[in-house]
Design a protein around this ligand. Structure first.
Ligand code: NAP
Ligand code: F7E
Length: 342
C-alpha cells in the first residue's frame, strides 16, 4: 500500500516541490488548506491535481485533529507558517500563534490520533513528523559556519517562534518517543518563491526593467549575507530525514554565503544589465534587527543522509531571472501563474 503524507503549507513554495517529490516517490499526498475562499487553492487544484486537499488551519486544534483522522498519514510535514520575517514584527502575536503554537497543535493532533500518552509512550503505528525549522533561529550567529550544535540567538519574532517549534519538536521526541525531527533549513529559493522575498523581488525587478516595464528597484540592506540554495534540492532532504532509521535534526544548506549585493550583481548580470543604474537603496526597508551572516555546515546531512545540493548560486539566480522574463513576456500574473509548474 502507498505511504501517505500530509503536508501543511501546501500552497507555499516548499509545499509544491515536496508534494511533487513525494508523488514521484509513490506516496498518496494530502495537503492542508485553510480559509473559506483562499485564492491560492484553485492554483493548487490546477497544478497539483493528484494531491488530495483537506481543510484545516494551524490556529484551530480541532481542524488539525480532523485532518489527521481523514488523511491517516504515515508522515506529516509541517511547512505552514507566517514565513516573511518583516511581517513578524507587524503581526508578532499572530506569528507566534501560527509559526510557533501551530507546531504544538500539529504535534498534539498526531499524539491524540495515535493514542500516545506520557505513560504509554508511542503507539504501534507511528506517524513520523517533520518540522520546518529555520536558520533564522541562529540570528546573531555565535559561530560560522552554523551546525546542529550552534546555539540560537533569534533576531525577529519569526525566529523566536521557530525556536519554540524546534524545541517543542525535540521535546515531543524525548517525552513521547515520537519520530519527530526538525530540518534547520537555510534560505532556499526558486521561480515559485513568494514575490516579497529578496531573491524573487530581485528576479522580478530585473525582468520588469529588462522588458521596459520599470526603471528602478528599491531594496534595503545590501550587505546581509545568506546561504541560498534551490528549494527542489531542500525538499529531498525533508523526505530523507523522515526516511532515516533514527529521528535526528539536521542543518540543510549549501555551505556557501553571498551578500544581497552579490545577488543583485548576478541577477542584473544574467539579463545583461548594470545594477548600479537601477537599484535604489531604501532605508525604510531595513529591519529593526538584522541577521547579518548565515552560512551552513551541512556535513551531517551529507554523511548521514547522503544529501547534496545540485544547483549552484549562479545557476539558481539565472534560473529565476529566466523564469521571470518568460512569465512577464507572456503577460502572466506573477502571483497566479508560474512557467516552471507542470
Ligand atoms: P511560504 O511559501 O510562505 O508558505 C507558507 C505556507 O504556510 C502557505 O502555504 C500558507 O498557506 C501556510 N499558512 C500560513 N498560515 C497558515 C495557517 N494559519 N494555517 C495553515 N497554513 C498556513 O513558505 P515556504 O518558503 O514554502 O517555507 C515552508 C516552511 O519552511 C515555512 O514554515 C517556513 O517558515 C520554513 N522555512 C523556509 C525557508 C525558505 O528559505 N523558504 C527556510 C527555512 C524555513 P496560505 O496559502 O493559506 O497562506
Ligand atoms: O531576506 C535583505 C534582508 O526576506 C533576505 C524566509 O524564507 O529565509 C527567509 O528569510 C535578506 C535580509 O529572507 C530587501 O534584510 C535587502 O537580510 O529574502 P528575505 P530572510 O529574511 O532571510 C529564512 C531561512 C526563513 O526561514 C524565512 O521564512 O535580504 N533585503 N533588501 C531584503 N529582503 C527583502 N525581503 N526585501 C528587500 O527589499
Amino acid at each position: 500500500m502507498a505511504r501517505r503524507a500530509l503536508i501543511t503549507g501546501i500552497t507555499g513554495q516548499d509545499g509544491s516541490y515536496l508534494a511533487e517529490h513525494l508523488l514521484r516517490e509513490g506516496y498518496e499526498v494530502w495537503g492542508l488548506v485553510r480559509g473559506q475562499a483562499n485564492p491560492r487553492v484553485p492554483r493548487v487544484r490546477r497544478l497539483l491535481q493528484d494531491v488530495r486537499l483537506v481543510r484545516g488551519d494551524l490556529l484551530d486544534q480541532g481542524s488539525l485533529i480532523s485532518a489527521v483522522e481523514k488523511a491517516q498519514p504515515d508522515e506529516v510535514y509541517n511547512l505552514g507558517a507566517i514565513s516573511f520575517v518583516p511581517m513578524s514584527w507587524e503581526q508578532a502575536e499572530l506569528t507566534g500563534e501560527v509559526t510557533g503554537m501551530g507546531v504544538l497543535r500539529v504535534l498534539e493532533a498526531i499524539r491524540v490520533c495515535s493514542g500516545i500518552t506520557a505513560s504509554r509512550g508511542s503507539s504501534a503505528r507511528q506517524i513520523r513528523f517533520y518540522q520546518a525549522s529555520s536558520s533564522e533561529m541562529f540570528g546573531q550567529v555565535r559561530e560560522t559556519p552554523q551546525t546542529e550544535r550552534t546555539p540560537f540567538h533569534p533576531r525577529s519574532p519569526y525566529g523566536v517562534a521557530k525556536a519554540y517549534g524546534h524545541f517543542l519538536t525535540q521535546n515531543y521526541r524525548e517525552s513521547y518517543g515520537m519520530f519527530a525531527v526538525s530540518g534547520i533549513l537555510f534560505n532556499h529559493e526558486s521561480p515559485r518563491r513568494g514575490a516579497e522575498f529578496v531573491t524573487r523581488k530581485v528576479s522580478l525587478g530585473v525582468a520588469r526593467i529588462k522588458l521596459g516595464l520599470a526603471s528602478e528597484l528599491r531594496l534595503g540592506n545590501l550587505e546581509a549575507r545568506r546561504d541560498w540554495g534551490f528549494a527542489g534540492d531542500f525538499v529531498r532532504a525533508m523526505h530523507l530525514m523522515l526516511s532515516a532509521a533514527e529521528p535526528e535534526d539536521y542543518v540543510i544548506g549549501t555551505g556557501r554565503t553571498h551578500s544581497v549585493r552579490e545577488l543583485v550583481e548576478a541577477a542584473f548580470g544574467a539579463a545583461g544589465l548594470d545594477w548600479e543604474r537601477h537599484v535604489v537603496c531604501d532605508s525604510s526597508l531595513h529591519r529593526p534587527a538584522e541577521v547579518d551572516l548565515l552560512c551552513a555546515d551541512p556535513k551531517k546531512a551529507r554523511t548521514q543522509l547522503g544529501w547534496e545540493p545540485t544547483v549552484s548560486f549562479e545557476d539558481l539566480v539565472a534560473m529565476m531571472v529566466e523564469a521571470d522574463l518568460r512569465l512577464l513576456a507572456d503577460g502572466r500574473d506573477p502571483e497566479q501563474d508560474n512557467p516552471s509548474w507542470p
